[in-house]
Design a protein. Structure first.
Length: 290
């Protein structure tokens, strides 16, 4: 006997939510475990089996501690890494948005020979792994004797600028051509049309691409590890965490590393939650119109 249609619908819906819940737990459990571990003392971390919440080894009572967070903020290397990451990520994002918006306006609205090959060449730049350009890039920067912070900012443009240009081009293409034609009739130059008319209309796209570029620069590790090898004072926070030694000698500071990871991750999570609708809208528009 064939089951009723509404029963099949409910079964499919239940299966969908079950799969969604499994994916949700799978994605969030590592972050939860980092928070859980960051709230444990050394003795609690050594408990077997591991507990899902911080518990006193003797009584089993719920007993979280903020010691690990206090220790990492007393670590000057970690604090300096936060400052360096903020400088590098913010500067990279601003430069990528400025240069990317100019390029996107030209590729999206202006007519010139070789526009389409140029656009695909920009996209192709994102296909190369970072390690393939690392050695040559490091040799160039060493020859030019650029400051470490400056070299990281310029290096991060390799992967933030192509993405920014590609996404913003899709938004500029979506703007009505009549706006450009009306500005030309009124005597506006292409630059005036860009920053007085077109650019304000792409503000949501600028927020989307800027946030994603910031996240990419904030989390970057390979270039930062290489360029700061001879200048530890310029280490960004991912590299600072990798070199983290904790407060006690000859100790694997697992709890402190987890606390540092939580501190670094929380601002990104908050920003993504705030701008998640704009991120999805930006990626969708780029996929449909690009």
């Amino acid at each position: 006997m064939k089951p009723p249609k509404h029963f099949s619908h409910l079964l499919l819906k239940a299966g969908f939510y079950l799969i969604l819940m499994i994916i949700f737990i799978y994605l969030l459990f590592p972050f939860y475990w980092a928070i859980n571990s960051s709230l444990k003392s050394e003795a609690q971390l050594q408990m077997a089996p591991a507990t899902l919440v911080p518990r006193d080894p003797s009584t089993g009572d719920f007993a979280p501690t903020l010691r690990n967070y206090r220790v990492i903020f007393e670590n000057q290397q970690f604090v300096r890494g936060l400052i360096n990451s903020s400088i590098v990520a913010t500067s990279t994002t601003l430069l990528a948005l400025v240069a990317g918006s100019f390029a996107a306006f030209a590729l999206g609205k202006l007519r010139f020979r070789g526009k389409k090959p140029t656009l695909y060449m920009i996209l192709a730049m994102t296909m190369f792994p970072q390690v393939t350009v690392l050695a040559g890039l490091y040799a160039v920067i060493t020859t030019l004797k650029l400051p470490t912070i400056t070299s990281m900012i310029l290096s991060y443009m390799i992967f933030t600028l192509p993405f920014t240009t590609w996404v913003l081009t899709a938004f500029f293409k979506g703007l009505p051509l009549a706006l450009l034609e009306s500005a030309q009739v009124d005597g506006a130059t292409p630059f005036q049309t860009f920053y007085k008319i077109m650019l304000p209309l792409t503000a949501p796209a600028l927020v989307t691409t800027g946030l994603l570029a910031f996240i990419a620069a904030w989390n970057e590790y390979l270039f930062a590890l290489t360029f700061t090898s001879i200048n530890p004072g310029a280490r960004t926070v991912p590299v600072a965490i990798a070199y983290f030694t904790g407060a006690v000698a000859r100790q694997e500071p697992f709890g402190e590393i987890m606390a540092a990871a939580v501190v670094v991750t929380v601002p990104i999570v908050v920003l993504v939650l705030i701008f998640q609708k704009r991120i999805v809208a930006g990626l969708t528009a780029g996929a449909v119109k690009g």
